[in-house]
Design a protein around this ligand. Structure first.
Ligand code: FPP
Length: 284
């Protein structure tokens, strides 16, 4: 049975936030899947002459904000790039701190996430994580597996190239054993062997701290994602900033290789920027 937790229903949104939510839903332009590269924690701390880990600590408040906001607004999938395969090269103390943050987050907030119907998943080489973190993660995944609200995927010890390589290896093994012929090697055959196969492709990839890179994040899946880069550092990226990213997404024309004229026939028109801007101004 679910414990009573802090309730995140849409009624707890301000009137302006509800207006933004309705406008996005009515326009059919709410992204189903938002993926975030949370960057700039170290710089945030350095700018304040504080140790880098302080940036990660405050960055956790931005994580809480993003999870709650996506859940309330009705985004169905949120994927957070929390630790890349390359992040293992960081100083051991920083890696330990990040792992302890993750463990504390799950231990302290699992009940609230569960009460709000959040389903927790991971992608990445999680068996490389410390055993205690693996145990907490497995418990969180198990407990929330039937939830139908937001799917929160933590990319941990994740690298897109490694995931693609693994998928191709699996195909090679199937071809060698005769289960598959080389002609069966389609895009779908690759996609369904990726760890991300349970989720739709991201519609919107957000990156903080102004860097214009994907940094080995969802390289296959983000083929048609809209990319939103903000100069803000992750610890400063809060609820209104996420709304701004969602509003920006709603104004984009996603052509998927077609012409604008062809699109008009099969897609709702992109939302009027000035309407959204008025709502955003009221939220700030
Ligand atoms: C990038 O900033 C941030 C990370 C490598 C870690 C992000 C992790 C968290 C916010 C906490 C754990 C997350 C969850 C979901 C429990 P950076 O250190 O690379 O910043 P810099 O580029 O300024 O040095």
């Amino acid at each position: 049975m679910k414990e009573a937790g802090v309730n995140w229903t849409e009624e707890s949104l301000s009137l302006e936030e509800q207006a933004l939510r309705s406008t996005l839903i009515e326009s059919g332009r709410l992204p189903r899947h938002v993926a975030i590269i949370m960057d700039g924690n170290g710089r945030w701390a350095q700018e304040r002459m504080r140790p880098r880990i302080e940036g990660h600590r405050v960055g956790m408040d931005s994580v809480r904000d993003a999870v709650k906001t996506c859940s309330q607004v009705g985004v169905k999938y949120l994927t957070l790039y929390a630790f890349s395969t390359e992040n293992w090269k960081r100083p051991a103390a920083e890696v330990r701190f990040l792992m302890s943050l993750l463990e504390t987050y799950l231990r302290k907030e699992l009940e609230e996430l569960h009460a709000n119907d959040v389903r927790i998943r991971t992608v990445g080489k999680t068996n490389a994580l410390p055993k205690n973190v693996q145990r907490v993660l497995e418990g969180a995944i198990q407990q929330t597996k039937d939830n139908r609200g937001l799917t929160l995927t933590l990319a941990l010890s994740y690298g897109a190239r490694q995931d693609i390589t693994r998928a191709v290896q699996m195909i090679a093994l199937d071809v060698r054993s005769g289960k598959m012929s080389p002609e069966d090697l389609t895009e779908q055959a690759i996609a369904e062997r990726l760890q991300t196969a349970f989720m739709p492709d991201p519609d919107l990839v957000v990156r903080t701290s102004g860097e214009m890179r994907l940094s080995n994040f969802l390289l296959w899946e983000a083929a048609y994602a809209e990319i939103y880069v903000t100069e803000q550092l992750w610890p400063d990226f809060r609820r209104p900033d996420l709304y701004r990213a969602l509003a920006d997404f709603a104004c984009r024309e996603r052509r998927f290789g077609k012409t604008s004229a062809q699109l008009a026939a099969d897609q709702p028109p992109s939302t009027d920027r000035s309407t959204l801007q008025r709502i955003l101004d009221a939220i700030r």
